[in-house]
Ligand binder design. Sequence first.
Ligand SMILES: [Zn+2]
Length: 282
Amino acid sequence: MSRNTAFGSQFNIRAHRVLSNEEQQQRRQIYRKDGNGGDRVAIEPGVPCRYCDHCKRGKYNLCADMHAADFCFKLPDHVSMEEGALLEPLSVGVHAWTKRQIGLVTLLAAQALGASEILITDLVQQRLDVAKELGATHTLLLDRNQSAEDIVKRVHCTMSGAPDKAVDCCGAESSARLAISATRSGGVVVIVGMGAPEIKLPLINALSREVDIRGVFRYCNDYSAALDLVASGKVNVKRLVTHHFDITETAKAFETSRYGRGGAIKVMIHVQPRDANNPVKF
Ligand SMILES: [Zn+2]
């Protein structure tokens, strides 16, 4: 179901199809693997070649020959299929944060992995409300008409100074620029969002202050950490699920996700009736 052949082509796993991470869109399939006793599993989408230099060095997320899926993570009984599906975005969050990711899941990962003060910015108050509810220390509603300098000042005044790390999760040029400008000297900026292929960044500002700009692609050895966070209760991803659709309503589900209808954050498409495979109801 993916349009993006660069990383995540369509594939079948027995009778079930997995949606891959696609342009930061927010729709997730329930994962299930038949056979082997019918274990309930989350699937890390994508199988690297295991032969190239990237694979040999353990950086399999950079493999150019990624295909199909067989990375299965068995879910404990108390972890629902919906939570299993959310391990995919959460893994991106874990990868981004530990790499010193995408929006709210990065917030969850940052909290669980020890960030003491977290500020979330957005252009939409409703998303900030959810961020606050999920435990963000501060939220800051941005206004497109404000100057970049003013926004940096507001970030620094709202927080107790410049942040050690900033993560751009949206891919807009203004957002990546803000991440660099607002981060303290010697800090780290992770750019997760992928928007235009070329953007203008304040590179000299970053270089002269030794701000380390890092990229993130997919996830690498992050799924088990993501599952641990969910299974242990350190991270609650349930609040992110705003909509549920039957498989026959797939087109509607995609539209809801694409346009953020009804406050959509994560949209679930159910292959089987809801909770059919959850020992503990979602
Ligand atoms: Zn490879």
